[in-house]
Design a protein around this ligand. Structure first.
Ligand SMILES: [Mg+2]
Length: 495
């Protein structure tokens, strides 16, 4: 689907924020609720001993869905076909072999799938999964765990342009692979419809899918939503149940709205999920999928994106790529950014462009254009323009900071402009504090690079941002930040 730049930012943010919530909650799983002011960090640990910033089953299972859909040759926005559903189950089985934290219900279903396959090898994996999930429900009388809602966000991206009912059915179908209970299917449908609405409009509205349910179920879910809005995440202490996980996530989002919209809300809401206790990573992963859809990749702080990693050996950039590919709906598309080895900026670079200059207040920071990525004399890179997967390969991925920033002055091109510019300046400061030599670059170092260089200069020198920009202009005479960037620098001067 053809998306505008803000919608692309939001599509790219869904899996990144889901994983950020997951990794943030991983170290607190099954714990008691925390005080409102308790610090929450991506510390790892928890009952399954995760590494700091490592995501858990929630993101892993979502990645399995995302990759199966991107690799499937499904016609766009048509019902999920058996081949794609089977590919999802197959990836889950592979993941479960080595995972330390497969949920009880999912484990039971995947084990039965293997048994059913042994009995009849002609049966599809999807068919075996539906059968196993239904049997489990019949045997135990319940199958409404939160394990399908936590992983379902990719379905929303894959159906951005579909009729709401088609998305509702696809979300429910993927849920039913392991979770037969209608509560689980409906929760997935409602959350996916809210995610899609958020990607397309930037609005957070969990009621948007209610009209796709029959009247009685819609009434029930409306009362559940209203209960969530009048409570706090810690009130939903049975959040292993899909309904309370849904309510806990929505209550975290709605109770932190006072903060305002954008990156601050995203952070506050995910922290509130974790402070709510019990199944912290799952509630935060659920909330993260929706918050990322509403606020975008650009709203997730670099501090959280930096070391995010997990099964199957992915990092933040892979999640961003998957999100964009799902939303575009035409497969893996190698050669189309972000799935390119080297990003070609040659059309925008003048032959006489200087390679790099040292930052006027800190010579451990090099200011450069895109060609400077080829140099060998930096340990960390802060990219303000698009780069390829092999650009800057000489530094480890955690020392590569990429920001979603267009050199555009018109409103509606960059979301959260002040936040992104400040976050980039603070990434430079973080790397410098670690003793690293930093390359700060965009394409031509005329607008983006001088703006962030001025903010960084102000951070470390005590100069105002405009004074700092004058210093930058001494080494970069062509520096002319666009009007929107200048307004950010000026607003800082007035403070
Ligand atoms: Mg988990």
């Amino acid at each position: 689907m053809q998306l505008n730049s803000l919608q692309n930012d939001r599509a790219a943010g869904v899996l990144v924020a889901l994983a950020a919530g997951d990794a943030l909650g991983a170290g607190y799983e099954f714990g008691e609720p925390l005080a409102d002011e308790a610090e929450v960090a991506m510390k790892g640990g928890g009952p399954f001993g995760f590494a700091p910033a490592e995501w858990t089953d929630d993101t892993a299972m979502a990645i399995a869905i995302a990759e199966s859909v991107v690799d499937g040759a499904d016609a766009l926005w048509t019902p999920m076909d058996t081949a794609t559903l089977s590919a999802i189950v197959s990836r889950w089985i592979t993941w479960a072999r080595t995972s330390k934290d497969v949920g009880a219900q999912t484990r039971a279903v995947l084990t039965s799938v293997t048994r059913l396959q042994e009995q009849d090898e002609h049966r599809s994996l999807a068919e075996s999964a539906f059968t196993a999930a239904a049997e489990l429900h019949r045997r135990s009388g319940r199958s409404g765990g939160n394990g399908s809602l936590m992983r379902n966000a990719p379905i929303a991206l894959a159906y951005l342009g579909a009729e709401p009912e088609v998305l509702r059915d696809a979300a429910a179908k993927v849920s039913q692979l392991t979770h037969f209970d209608p509560d689980a299917g409906e929760a997935c449908a409602l959350w996916c419809l809210a995610i899609r609405h958020a990607v397309l409009t930037g609005e957070l509205d969990v009621r948007v899918g209610l009209r796709t349910l029959d009247e009685k179920r819609a009434e029930l879910w409306l009362s559940r939503i209203e209960t969530a809005e009048s409570a706090l995440p810690r009130d939903f202490d049975r959040n292993g149940w899909v309904v309370q996980a849904f309510q806990g996530a929505w209550s975290a989002i709605s109770s932190t709205k006072v903060i305002g919209v954008g990156p601050a809300h995203l952070r506050a809401a995910l922290e509130a999920c974790v402070r709510g206790g019990r199944d912290t990573d799952t509630v935060a992963a659920i909330a993260g999928g929706l918050l990322g859809a509403a606020y975008g990749f650009s709203a997730v702080p670099f501090e959280w994106r930096r070391r995010l990693h997990g099964w199957p050996g992915h990092r933040t950039s892979d999640l961003m790529t998957l999100g964009l590919q799902l939303a575009r709906g035409n497969g893996r598309t190698p050669g189309v950014w972000p799935d390119v080895e080297y990003f070609d900026n040659s059309a925008f670079i003048a032959a006489d462009q200087t390679d790099v200059v040292a930052h006027p207040v800190d010579d451990g920071v090099l200011l450069g254009g895109a060609p400077a990525l080829n140099r060998n004399d930096y340990d960390a890179v802060v990219s303000l323009s698009r780069i390829g997967t092999a650009d800057a390969m000489k530094v480890p991925e955690e020392d590569r900071a990429s920001f979603w920033l267009l050199d555009e002055a018109s409103p509606g091109k960059n979301a959260h402009l002040k936040f992104v510019l400040d976050d980039a300046a603070s990434a430079v400061q973080t790397f410098r504090a670690e003793g690293k030599r930093v390359l700060l670059h965009c394409v031509r170092m005329e607008s983006r690079t001088p703006t962030v260089a001025a903010l960084y200069g102000a951070l470390v020198s005590g100069l105002s941002p405009l004074q700092s920009l004058e210093k930058v202009r001494e080494v970069l005479p062509n520096a002319h930040p666009n009007e929107a960037f200048m307004r950010v620098l000026q607003s800082r001067d007035e403070r």
